[in-house]
Design a protein. Structure first.
Length: 169
């Protein structure tokens, strides 16, 4: 059985290397990449309601730009894994780098995987990790479904279509 077409638009050599480094499933990384960006390396999306920012004044000083510019950069998701600028800075992205560098596949996948690894330590359950990656936390409604259940289901469905390197699902 072959993997679906969408797998072929992703930089799998980077995904596999980062999966191994962070002890993550490459299927999870690939599915999140495709769900978040449709495999478009230079995807970016401004999230005006994103509230959490990281050391905005320090980043603005390092970048020689305004605080309001940095706020906008940190409220934008970047690259294949749509990593939020603020999350990247918190995860060690250098203050003297613009978050647009997260559109470089190697950089974006690295920081997306750093974030996923952190979520695995916190939640330890695949569905909760997926939900938190998308929403910042794994929150459920009164019926026990995730508030972003469609996102979780979409990622799980994408993962289920992939064949691993050993030929199995």
């Amino acid at each position: 059985m072959k993997s679906p077409f969408w797998w072929s638009v992703l930089p799998m050599y980077i995904i596999h290397a980062q999966a191994e480094h962070h002890k993550l499933d490459p299927k999870l990384i690939a599915a999140i990449c495709y769900k978040e960006s449709s495999g478009k390396q230079f995807a970016c999306r401004y999230e005006p309601n994103f509230k959490w920012l990281y050391k905005v004044e320090d980043v603005a000083k390092a970048l020689h730009t305004s605080v309001s510019s940095v706020e906008g950069l940190q409220k934008t998701s970047w690259g294949l894994m749509q990593v939020m600028g603020a999350n990247a800075y918190e995860l060690g992205f250098s203050f003297d780098r613009f978050p647009s560098e997260l559109c470089m596949a190697q950089v974006g996948i690295e920081y997306g995987c750093r974030y996923l690894a952190r979520l695995w330590k916190k939640y330890g359950v695949l569905e909760e990790v997926i939900s938190a990656y998308n929403a910042g936390s794994a929150r459920r409604d009164d019926e026990g479904k995730f508030l972003n259940q469609k996102y979780v289901d979409d990622v799980l469905n994408l993962m289920s279509t992939l064949v691993d390197s050993k030929g199995g699902k």
